[in-house]
Ligand binder design. Structure first.
Ligand SMILES: [Zn+2]
Length: 511
């Protein structure tokens, strides 16, 4: 009698709770069939390690680093070469083991720092959610006894099993092909400074057997933002159960270093004008009759909120109510959502309105940020060619940028009374190479303005225009030298030959 009651209660719970024992056992069956198709569950669970090598392309800034924010703008890619990924299932923590990811990368577009061009070999240790982008650790993690499975659904003819990892509660999905029973994609959600909750789908294709284990040769990742292809990767070898002497050494787990929390640095530039920056990036805050206006929402939510909070201390009774965004690149808009959460009006080139609206309206339910905690409607003010903010106290001229292929939809700003120019990515004292070095002079001449000082978003603060141009000349010379060295080695780099000196496009040579 008692037994029957328990069965009835369990059946009732099963109907009410989608993660019920019934649903779990059905989902487990789908996953166990996948394990069978990949080589057998016992075989997979007994693997010590799997190593793959290959090459590919990764989207720069998840598609947020293209020349404009237009969905039809050409993508910028990072080239990935000499990639080796080592899955350690024997000694790695569960679920899913651990991986050592090694790669060389270089930007396939003109880039201002050697670190983005030098193909130095870099190593990252990966755990937990970082292993969900390959079907083998993803399947082993989903089938682990500590993982909670949900009821499977169908999507485009695939069986999709939701699962939640015990470690940190990561939600993920694994899709199984009903004909081959092989994993077709895995999917997970992560938090993104510009895009809120970001869902990545990792697609698997071209399975081949390696020592009896079916593994995909094609890896491609797609984002739920504009269906951006985030990764294109071709495996060129798999090795199963490599002897330990041939494996790279995993680094010992390091204790997190205690770094002091970042602080906003405030420097007075002129009466009612301050430079406010955090960790070497920022821009001016300007006092108007009834409000403050800030330049750039750089870096991330925390960085931008630090700047806004510091600015709000500057003048009793006045608060930052608007932010000028120089261009859409994801480092320059990393604090956009935080700025909108404080109700700031956003002023930028009209071409950025679409991507800025995208950023300001995406949800962040799984990884709540400032905007999720304090939702605000975006107020966007476009700049076509010129926008002047002027009242009894101050005049600020906002101009669209010309002659700068890094960012065709950009603005800079100018305070005529203070002769102070402010800009993002026209240049930077820390840049090592400059590919668009005529932009300062071209924009100053085009507008007939007469700045004495310039404040770059990246850098230490205000520099004289002469210092700024001297830095630019040095960086142009380094880029010319870099192109010569690369060409000498038989390699032709994007951006070479350098097209600009500080005065404009260089003269063409017949060839
Ligand atoms: Zn940029």
């Amino acid at each position: 009698m008692g037994h029957r009651v328990i069965v009835m209660v369990a059946a009732l719970l099963a109907m009410l709770n989608p993660a019920s024992a019934w649903a779990q056992s059905e989902a487990r069956e789908v996953l166990e069939q996948a394990a069978e198709a990949m080589g057998g569950l016992e075989r997979l669970q007994a693997l010590d390690n799997v190593v793959y090598t290959g090459f590919g392309q990764r989207a720069y800034y998840q598609g947020g680093g293209n020349i404009t924010g237009d969905p039809q703008a050409p993508m910028k890619w990072q080239q990935l070469v000499d990639v080796q990924r080592t899955f350690d299932f024997a000694s790695g923590p569960w679920p899913g083991g651990r991986a050592l990811y090694q790669e060389r990368w270089g930007q396939e577009f003109p880039f201002a720092g050697f670190f983005g061009l030098n193909f130095e070999r870099r190593t990252t240790m990966q755990l937990h959610r970082e292993l969900l982008d390959h079907p083998l650790p993803a399947l082993l993690a989903a089938l682990h006894s500590s993982t909670t499975l949900g009821q499977f659904t169908q999507e485009d003819g695939l069986l999709v099993v939701p699962f939640t990892l015990s470690n940190g509660g990561t939600r993920a999905w694994l899709a199984i092909d009903p004909v081959t029973h092989l994993p077709r994609f895995s999917r997970w959600v992560s938090g993104h400074a510009n895009l809120g909750d970001l869902t990545t789908t990792a697609w698997y294709s071209g399975y081949l057997p390696f020592a009896g284990v079916q593994l995909p040769m094609g890896l491609r990742q797609e984002l739920d933002w504009r269906r951006t292809t985030n990764l294109m990767f071709q495996v060129d070898s798999y090795r199963v159960n490599v002897v330990p002497e041939h494996l790279p050494r995993f680094p010992l787990p390091m204790l997190a270093e205690r770094t002091p929390p970042p602080q906003a640095q405030v420097t007075a530039l002129a009466p009612g004008v301050w430079d406010v920056r955090v960790d070497g990036a920022g821009g001016p805050v300007m006092e108007f009759a009834d409000r403050l206006v800030m330049f750039e929402a750089y870096g991330g939510g925390a960085q931008t909120l630090l700047r806004i909070d510091a600015a709000n201390e500057l003048v009793p009774g006045k608060r930052v109510e608007a932010v000028i965004v120089s261009h859409h690149h994801f480092d320059h808009t990393g604090g956009l959502r935080a700025a909108v959460s404080r109700g700031l009006e956003v002023i930028s080139h009209r071409g950025n309105e679409g991507i800025i609206r995208d950023m300001a309206t995406r949800p962040a339910m799984h990884f709540p940020d400032a905007l999720a905690r304090n939702p605000q409607v975006l107020q966007f003010t476009p700049v076509d060619d010129v926008l002047v903010l002027e009242d009894a106290m101050r005049r600020l001229e906002i101009y669209r940028v010309i002659e700068h292929g890094h960012m065709p939809d950009a603005v800079f700003a100018y305070l005529p009374a203070e002769r102070l120019m402010m800009e993002g990515d026209l240049g930077d004292e820390a840049w090592q190479l400059h590919w668009w070095g005529s932009a300062y002079r071209a924009n100053i001449a085009h507008r007939g303005i007469d700045p004495a000082r310039n404040v770059a978003v990246h850098g230490t603060g205000a520099l004289s225009i002469d210092e700024t141009l001297a830095n630019t000349r040095r960086q142009i010379a380094a880029a010319v030298q870099y192109c010569a060295t690369a060409e000498g080695g038989g390699r032709y780099v994007m951006g070479c030959p350098v097209q600009y000196d500080v005065d404009g496009p260089v003269a063409l040579v017949p060839r």
